[in-house]
Write a protein that binds this ligand. Structure first.
Ligand SMILES: Cc1ncc(COP(=O)(O)O)c(C=O)c1O
Length: 369
């Protein structure tokens, strides 16, 4: 069994994918070809946003958002200590300071009741993460941000396709950022990502930042990056977009089946009212995780940990001066969370195998699955 079986989907659309790649090879506009604009238009329509800036990765999308918002050295950006490293890394890359606020233990998203106490005169943005596929409490975050005059960047790398009170993740903040890394809910066959915004001025800045800050050929009016998406990735994503609405439903069905199979045995994902999750991960909590993962592996079931070390405990961020115990919910989650195989094409029998293995490992029983 695979943790994420990407080949099942590929084999469904192999002919169309090969045709779309072939088309790029024929027209030869490998950089910023027509597929980029087409993808941006389709993503804008899907999300209901005015502007989409397709780019090179989720990490670059976040970095571009910070650059567009003019985050300066010494500025503070509030975020969660429980995410993939990129979220805090891009803040540090701008020489700004990641200011962590602990997570809420059931959703693993930033605890909105603790944000205000972290705001100082140096705070320049709030960057919530919509982890595992469920949006953070964006309404409350936007309220706080408005009160303090701060922009919000939603890290929607794991939540593209999720909704919050009927609005798609990515369309809920000043700038939404996502990743099309292959294993993401909508993934390409390489690195790419996108920024989303309704703000015309920020969109123009993002377009320039994507191209080394150029506003005209070889005229650089700001510092940017090489943040372009390859045309081939756009061509692939356009094909995958056709499957995506059905895959959202399929992912949610797979998650519901896991919920039913595991009910009463283990802490399964909590999805809050008003949210739909895209289940980038189906993550449970177990007490003795190393042992659990070893036993699962022995039963032929791969598992993964997102993420084993909270951000404030990472070596690279020790200079921030945080201590063990500063964010107890993030620290506890980092020791106990474990994600199960999850993709839209999982069969019920595969899921039953996983669930039987989970139960056997938790009960310390020897069973064949
Ligand atoms: C929450 C989060 N933020 C940012 C990223 C970075 O995205 P990418 O790998 O496309 O740069 C990821 C990818 O794993 C992620 O999960």
């Amino acid at each position: 069994m695979q943790f994420i079986d990407l080949k099942k989907q590929y084999h469904l659309i192999e002919t169309d994918i090969l045709k779309s790649i072939q088309a790029v090879l024929e027209h030869g506009q490998y950089i910023m070809g027509p597929e980029i604009t087409k993808l941006e238009q389709q993503l804008a329509e899907f999300l209901g946003v005015r502007h989409v800036i397709a780019n090179s990765s989720g990490t670059d999308a976040l970095l571009m958002a910070l650059l567009a918002l003019d985050i300066q050295p010494g500025d503070e950006v509030i975020t969660s200590p429980f995410s993939f490293f990129a979220t805090a890394e891009v803040i540090a890359l701008c020489q700004a300071k990641p200011v962590f606020v602990d997570i809420e233990p059931h959703t693993y998203n930033i605890d909105v009741t603790k944000i205000e106490t972290a705001i100082t005169a140096k705070t320049k943005a709030i960057m919530p993460i919509s982890l595992y596929g469920q949006c953070a409490d964006m309404q409350r975050i936007n309220q706080i941000a408005k009160q303090y005059g701060l922009p919000v960047i939603e890290d929607a790398a794991q939540s593209f396709g999720a909704t919050y009170h009927g609005v798609y993740s990515g369309a809920l903040s000043t700038i939404g950022c996502t990743s099309f890394f292959p294993s993401k809910p909508l993934g390409g066959y390489g690195d790419s990502g996108a920024c989303f915004t309704d703000d015309d001025l920020l969109a123009q800045k993002l377009i320039e930042i994507r191209l080394h800050g150029q506003n005209a050929r070889y005229c650089h009016n700001r510092i940017g990056i090489n943040g372009r998406m390859d045309t081939i990735q756009a061509a692939i994503l356009l094909e995958k977009m056709k499957l995506f609405p059905d895959e959202i439903i399929m992912r949610q069905r797979v998650a519901r089946q896991y919920d039913d199979l595991l009910f009463g045995f283990v802490k399964t994902p909590t999805i809050l009212p008003g949210n739909t999750s895209i289940y980038a991960q189906y993550t449970i909590e177990v007490p003795h995780r190393n042992e659990f993962q070893k036993q699962m592996q022995a039963l032929g079931i791969p598992t993964a940990v997102h993420y084993p070390v909270a951000m404030h405990q990472q070596q690279a961020l020790q200079y921030l001066g945080y201590q063990l115990g500063d964010f107890p919910n993030a620290e506890k989650a980092s020791k106990q969370v474990v994600s199960l195989p999850m993709h839209p094409y999982m069969s019920l029998s595969e899921q039953q195998r996983v669930a039987n293995a989970v139960k056997a490992c938790l009960l310390n029983e020897t069973v064949e699955v």
